[in-house]
Design a protein around this ligand. Structure first.
Ligand code: URA
Length: 208
C-alpha cells in the first residue's frame, strides 16, 4: 500500500468513526489532514474553523492564507508539505479544544505522523505544541528546534505561534514571520541528522 493509500484509509476511518467522536454529528463534519504523503515538513494546527469545516480542508481561511504566504516567502509550495490539526473538526464558536477532544482525535493524527514520517514537525499554536513539548510557554520556545521522543521515535519539532495569534498582534506577527524565515536552514540541519542519534532535549540556538 502506498503512503497515499494509507492516508486515505485514515480519512475513511475518521469518517467511519464519526458517531463515537466528540463535536461531530455526521461523517462530513470531520476535517482530515491533507498534503504531500512524502512531505518533509508536517504542520499541525489546533482545530478546524468555519471555512475549514465548510470545505473539509485544514487551514483554508485567513490563518491558512497567512501560512501559505509565509511558505511562499521561503520558496516552499504548500502542496509540498502536509497539514493537519489536533482536533479534526470545528469546536463551537472556535473555542479552545478540551483535553478529551484532543485525546479522541489523537489516534488519527498519530497515524498520519507515522505514515508521512516527516523530517520536521512544525506546530502552530500551544495545543499542538503541548502534544510534543508539555508544560512550556510558547513565548519561551517558539522558533527553537526541539528533539523529542514521540511514539518511541525521535522527532524534530519546531513550535510556532498560531497564525491567528499573529494576525491579532503585530509583535506576534513579527515573531511568526521571523520563525518562518528559519525553516530552510532548520530543515537542512535536520536532514543531516540520523534519526537514531542520542536523545537531546533542545538544540542550542547557536546551531540555528
Ligand atoms: N486554525 C487551525 O488551528 N487549524 C485550521 O485548520 C484552521 C485554523
Amino acid at each position: 500500500m502506498t503512503k497515499a493509500d494509507e492516508l486515505q484509509k485514515i480519512r475513511e476511518q475518521l469518517e467511519a468513526d464519526y458517531a463515537s467522536l466528540p463535536l461531530v454529528t455526521k461523517a462530513t463534519d470531520t476535517v482530515p489532514g491533507e498534503g504531500n504523503p512524502n512531505a518533509e515538513i508536517m504542520f499541525i494546527g489546533e482545530a478546524a474553523g468555519r471555512n475549514e469545516a465548510l470545505l473539509r480542508r485544514p487551514f483554508v481561511g485567513l490563518a491558512g492564507k497567512l501560512v501559505d504566504k509565509q511558505l511562499e516567502a521561503i520558496g516552499i509550495p504548500r502542496k509540498e508539505v502536509y497539514i493537519s490539526n489536533v482536533v479534526k473538526c470545528r469546536p463551537p464558536d472556535n473555542r479552545d479544544p478540551l483535553p478529551e477532544e484532543i485525546a479522541a482525535f489523537a489516534p488519527y493524527l498519530d497515524k498520519e505522523i507515522e505514515v508521512v514520517n516527516p523530517k520536521l514537525i512544525i506546530t502552530l499554536g500551544r495545543f499542538s505544541m503541548g502534544k510534543f513539548i508539555p508544560d512550556v510557554k510558547i513565548s519561551q520556545i517558539h522558533g527553537r528546534l526541539h528533539k523529542v521522543k514521540f511514539q518511541g521515535q525521535l522527532r524534530f519539532v519546531l513550535p510556532f505561534y498560531h497564525p491567528a495569534a499573529a494576525m491579532r498582534q503585530g509583535k506576534v506577527m513579527e515573531m511568526f514571520v521571523a520563525d518562518f524565515q528559519k525553516v530552510p536552514k532548520i530543515l537542512a540541519y535536520v536532514k543531516t541528522k540520523e534519526a537514531d542519534e542520542a536523545f537531546v532535549d533542545d538544540i542550542k540556538d547557536a546551531l540555528l
